[in-house]
Design a protein. Structure first.
Length: 120
């Protein structure tokens, strides 16, 4: 089974890092699901606005500022991902502690850099 990534904070705007990340994940043959403020689509990935209970999420990568993350704490925990990536500008020690307390790995890193250096 291939690993699946949930991208939180997705955007249809091609200049947004979340949009670029979706395209790079797809190009790296990583299954992607996405949630954003507005419904949309990027390279065939539907951007959902509802908190769907996706199955088999390995990684959650965050493109939301810390204040906007609070509403997703319980949701992310319910998915039981193996890790959560805090991209630049999303660092949130409160959420990091909550994830650690639930035995979920945390990376403070850039998804785009991890992909380009084959460390994803």
């Amino acid at each position: 089974m291939r690993k699946k990534t949930l991208l939180l904070g997705a955007s249809e705007n091609p200049s947004r890092y979340s949009n670029i990340a979706i395209r790079r994940l797809i190009n790296s043959n990583i299954d992607v699901v996405a949630i954003g403020n507005r419904k949309g689509e990027v390279e065939g990935v539907i951007i959902e606005t509802d908190l769907k209970h996706f199955q088999d999420i390995d990684t959650v990568t965050l493109y939301l500022n810390p204040q906007r993350q609070k509403q997703y704490y319980d949701y992310v925990l319910s998915l039981s991902p193996n890790r959560v990536i805090f991209n630049p500008g999303t660092e949130n020690m409160e959420f990091v502690k909550l994830l650690h307390d639930n035995n979920i790995d945390v990376e403070v890193a850039c998804t785009l850099v991890l992909l380009s250096t084959n460390q994803y």
